[in-house]
Design a binder for this molecule. Structure first.
Ligand SMILES: Cc1ncc(C[n+]2csc(CCOP(=O)(O)OP(=O)(O)O)c2C)c(N)n1
Length: 334
């Protein structure tokens, strides 16, 4: 790492960042962590309708990718979508209202955790259909290519989702049409309770890209800088009209598959060892230890917790959708 106080920029890996950019990246990861840690507790009250799947442990993937994107670019998420939403710019309060089913939620309380969408920031939606994101971003990228606006579209898909047939169709079509797409595979080693080493044939998700003629990179998804650099290269390639690519990012999810999962497929000791060695926030702190004071990062954590506390209180007190809204937004209108 090198730094200059004159320009206030820091070089980490092959990237150069201002201190404000670094603190912003940490803040976004910290907000995701605070959001998910709080939902883990809130869910036990029974006041959250539907299932929730928490993203803690994978923060560096969403933030490392989305820090290369503009609001005019598109992402398509998964059932584990809160981190992607926050990283792409969805607000903490309207997301919390959505998860609590309230009228001020991003989808007026009708989507809930697994269907949050906010087109104003290019967030096409969380998705209960495993493997559903890649075909969506192929469509979004086709529109960007047609309009010639240099937009890119990114899908996030799990290791389990990587085995879905429509993912392969989407990859093939992206190559055939030379679309500005990045397929990000979040390999957290588990699809529900099934290990990726059992369910992923060959065990090599990124290796499958070669079959479509797609460039692919494998990165440590717990290292913000590794993800950020890999995504920067893929985004630059897509914006330059050089076509789609694949990133496989490895990480560990810190909570169960869904809230309520007994998690019997890993011991508390194994989980603790993962948390000790593969926590993206801790790793970010280590990599920036020479340039950012610990106290500043602690203050960012505290502010994130306070913002989430405020959002929960707001969402709990917020109004339910009016009964007459039940059929609004059910069908698209043009
Ligand atoms: C098409 C489809 N098949 C099965 C499911 C049930 N399901 C929900 S999440 C999940 C596991 C997904 O694992 P992975 O893609 O690795 O994502 P992770 O949960 O690890 O983030 C499955 C099988 C579903 N929602 N959609």
């Amino acid at each position: 790492m090198t730094s200059t106080t004159k320009t206030r920029t820091v070089t980490i890996g092959t990237g150069t960042y201002t201190l404000e950019e670094l603190k912003g990246a940490y803040r976004r990861m910290s907000e995701i962590r605070a959001f998910e840690d709080r939902l883990h507790i809130e869910n036990t009250t029974g006041d959250i309708p539907g299932f929730i799947h928490l993203y803690a442990g994978e923060e560096a993937i969403a933030v490392g990718v989305c820090d290369n994107l503009e609001h005019s670019d598109y992402i398509a998420s998964t059932h584990r979508g809160h981190g992607h939403c926050l990283a792409k710019g969805c607000g903490i309060r309207p997301m919390m209202c959505e998860i609590f089913g309230k009228d001020e939620g991003l989808c007026r309380g009708k989507g809930g955790s697994m269907h949050i969408a906010d087109l104003s920031v290019g967030m096409l939606g969380a998705n209960g259909i495993v493997g559903g994101g890649p075909p969506l971003v192929v469509g979004a990228a086709l529109s960007a290519q047609y309009l010639g606006n240099s937009g890119v579209a990114v899908s996030f898909t799990g290791d389990g989702g990587s085995n879905q047939g429509l993912v392969f169709e989407a990859m093939n079509m992206a190559v055939v049409l030379n679309l500005p797409v990045i397929f990000v595979f979040e390999n957290n080693g588990m699809g529900e309770a099934t290990g990726a080493e059992f369910a992923v044939g060959s065990g090599d998700i990124a290796g499958r890209a070669a079959g479509f003629g797609l460039p692919a990179t494998v990165v440590d998804g717990t290292d913000y800088f590794a993800v950020r650099e890999a995504a920067a290269a893929a985004v630059a390639r897509a914006r330059a009209g050089e076509g789609p690519s694949v990133i496989e990012a490895t990480a560990i999810r810190f909570y169960g598959h869904f809230e309520g999962d007994a998690g019997l497929y890993r011991t508390p000791e194994q989980l603790q060892a993962f948390k000790d060695s593969r926590d993206p926030l801790k790793i970010f702190r280590e990599r920036t230890a020479d340039v950012i004071d610990v106290a500043e990062l602690d203050a960012i954590d505290e502010a994130a917790t306070t913002e989430v506390d405020t959002a929960v209180a707001y969402a709990r007190a917020a109004a339910w959708p009016a009964p007459e809204q039940v059929l609004s937004d059910v069908y698209a209108s043009y």
